[in-house]
Design a protein around this ligand. Structure first.
Ligand code: PEP
Length: 252
């Protein structure tokens, strides 16, 4: 049995005080949610404070990106080691907004993925097609390319330590959710790519989250699908009561 994961990606929202208030408000709302893992991903500046506020609870803290080098002349960047130091256990990698706004390639994602694993962080690696790619029937081809390049040279053991997030770009922040059937088909494709590379045991272990306009109203339908192991939530993760509702309704 794969334990579901509900992760909130706060993007460039929340000051330190706001992050701490959020975590304090969320803690009692999700204290009894043992059926899933709960992760919040604040911006860099609020990581340490959010991790302190979450200490002793069932809420883990993720960063939204990091550089692959341990240290160096990379102005504005943050290393995996710095994330660990700030109290993170997870890191989101390859989010479509990083790919679009910062021209991140699958090869960059691969380097970051290996650096995260090397540092002992759990990567949550995002893949997904754009609207043009879906409408031109290229979804499978795009996922296959992102998988073969982004997850290149990963061992089965490393695969068992990561999470994937299928996030169709056209569903992110648009209010347009993939239907549970559409999401399940892409999850099945990704799981079978893992199976082809590493075998069925690893494929059955890896958690694949869905992301794209997940809300309290649609989480149940999504997690009811066998291959959907939770959600990566953007907009609806910014209010503690909405996020808690998604966590508590993700029982499947
Ligand atoms: C995201 O940022 O990963 C995301 C899925 O955003 P939203 O839920 O707002 O679509």
């Amino acid at each position: 049995m794969r334990k579901p994961v509900i992760a909130g990606n706060w993007k460039m929202y929340k000051t330190i005080d706001e992050a701490v208030r959020f975590v304090r408000e969320l803690r009692p709302l999700v204290a009894r949610a043992e059926h899933c893992e709960i992760i919040v991903a604040p911006p860099f500046t609020a990581l340490r404070a959010a991790a302190d506020a979450a200490r002793g609870s069932n809420i883990a803290v993720a960063a939204q990106d990091a550089h692959w080098d341990t240290e160096g002349a990379h102005t504005g960047d943050i290393s995996m080691r710095m994330l660990l130091d700030a109290g993170c256990t997870h890191v989101i990698l390859g989010h479509s907004e990083r790919r679009q706004d910062h021209w991140e390639t699958d090869e960059d994602v691969n380097r970051k993925l290996k650096a995260a694993l090397g540092a002992g962080l759990i990567p949550i690696v995002c893949v997904g097609e754009t609207l043009v790619e879906r409408e031109s029937g290229r979804t499978e081809e795009v996922l296959e390319r992102q998988f073969s390049r982004g997850f290149d040279a990963l061992t089965p053991l490393e695969f068992s330590r990561i999470m994937m997030a299928y996030e169709p770009v056209w569903a992110i922040g648009t209010g347009r959710t993939a239907t549970p059937e559409m999401a399940a088909a892409s999850h099945a494709q990704l799981r079978s790519l893992v199976g082809d590379r590493c075998g069925d045991v690893t494929a059955n272990q890896i958690r694949i989250l869905y992301g794209g306009s997940v809300k309290p109203e649609n989480i149940r339908g999504l997690v009811a699908k066998a291959g959907i192991d939770g959600a990566l939530v953007g907009g609806a993760s910014l209010k503690a009561d909405w996020f808690a509702a998604i966590v508590n309704d993700s029982r499947g």
